[in-house]
Design a protein around this ligand. Structure first.
Ligand SMILES: Cc1ncc(COP(=O)(O)O)c(C=O)c1O
Length: 389
């Protein structure tokens, strides 16, 4: 028997227009197929088009490896393909050591929960951090406090209020707003206050840097300035799973203490090898980043032409903030009717009254698709009298 309360909790979600349901989607190129219909896909995180790359798809059939890892990593599930992937990542990003996790959510939450175990210590998180970081912080034994989004003065105030060890936790690119953390200022605050820094660069890795090294390449910071660096393979790398990088000591600690690592079957060796191949490909294929950058610039130009409110984002994530849930859902549905797949993002994923259409751009989009989508968005907003600035 399930708790009686779930019926009411689901009914409350319905009443607030915040009920979620799944839709079977099949991405191809810049399109997504839903119920036999094709829509231009502006909602995925495959920023470089690697998840749907036909040459990479052929490699999946050619990789002669076990489909399953057969165990958790400390039993017998640590395969040579996992080790090779960790080595590739260290070579790519310049960190001393690396550890793979089955997902970014598990990596972030396990690291914070199992590293921050001292009640005298404090986690200081950006208010808009991803749910995996916020949950990890809540579940940790340490104090968990937040600072206003990207507000360095507020971060410093928070750090000043803490005597013992503190870990600043922020993101390279924020997942719902697409803006950057001011990494140089975060590092300066870390130095000034003898703190540690954890950076989740899920949306920066692959996208920024000469070889897709991520958000650090936009700053003066070096890998050695970041104590804990996490990212997922589920965005620009185009596969799934995640990793954490840092010192050898950090990785040894996590191997011994991170329960989400120790007690979980390692992901498939085929996935590890395909992820390694995808990383090697994205390091070499600068044209994917150039195409994405060109699409972002084009998108922003048309956005300005159509007098949409500009956000601070110059990444692949471009939110159009609508406000209430009903209007956000209505706008997404209207866009789908016109052949564009966009997602309505509602609280609690974003703050209250900040529902939005989260548009994501990729290297697969054409200018024509971007322009048509923005004109449809403008026309829908005007007709429905929503999100008008
Ligand atoms: C910033 C950030 N961190 C972590 C995650 C979780 O990664 P994964 O999808 O691999 O669990 C996401 C993905 O949604 C994210 O946006």
């Amino acid at each position: 028997m399930l708790p009686e309360s779930i019926k009411q909790l689901l009914a409350e979600k319905q009443a607030k227009d915040s009920y979620r349901s799944r839709i079977v989607c099949r991405p191809h190129d810049s399109y997504v197929e839903v119920d036999g219909k094709h829509y231009v896909n502006f909602s995925g995180n495959d920023y470089l088009g690697l998840a749907v790359d036909t040459k990479l798809q052929q490699r999946w059939g050619e990789v002669q490896l076990n489909s399953g890892s057969t165990g958790s990593p400390l039993i017998n599930g640590y395969h040579p393909s996992h080790q090779a992937l960790e080595e590739t990542i260290c070579d790519w990003l310049g960190f001393e050591s690396c550890l793979l996790f089955t997902s970014g959510f598990t990596a972030n939450s396990s690291i914070l929960k199992n590293l921050m175990t001292n009640k005298q210590h404090t986690i200081v998180q950006d208010k808009l951090n991803h749910a995996s970081l916020l949950d990890g912080g809540k579940e940790a034994n340490a104090k968990n406090i937040r600072f206003q989004h990207n507000n360095i003065a507020h971060l410093k105030k928070r750090l000043e209020s803490v005597d013992n060890y503190k870990l600043i936790v922020t993101e390279g690119i924020f997942s719902m707003d697409g803006d950057h953390a001011p990494i140089d200022e975060v590092i300066a605050a870390k130095r000034q206050h003898d703190a540690g820094v954890m950076l989740d660069d899920a949306h920066g890795v692959g996208v920024f840097g000469k070889q897709g090294e991520g958000s650090l390449s936009l700053s003066n910071a070096k890998a050695a300035d970041i104590d804990i660096f996490t990212a997922t393979f589920g965005k620009a790398v185009g596969t799934s799973g995640a990793f954490v990088c840092g010192s050898q000591q950090l990785i040894e600690y996590l191997v011994n203490h991170a329960r989400g690592y120790i007690y979980s079957t390692s992901f498939s060796p085929v996935l590890a090898e395909m992820t390694r191949i995808a990383i090697e490909k994205l390091r070499l294929e600068q044209w994917r980043r150039d195409k994405l950058r060109d699409n972002i610039t084009y998108f922003k130009n048309i956005l300005a032409e159509l007098s949409f409110e500009m956000t601070g984002s110059d990444s692949a994530i471009q939110p159009i903030v609508v406000g209430d849930n009903k209007s956000t859902l209505l706008l997404a549905s209207e866009m789908r009717k016109q052949g564009f797949w966009v997602t309505a993002i509602r609280p609690p994923t974003v703050p209250a009254h900040a529902g939005r259409i989260r548009i994501t751009l990729t290297s697969l989009h054409s200018h024509q698709q971007i322009k048509a989508m923005l004109f449809a968005l403008k026309e829908s907003c005007e007709r429905l009298k929503i999100c008008q600035n």
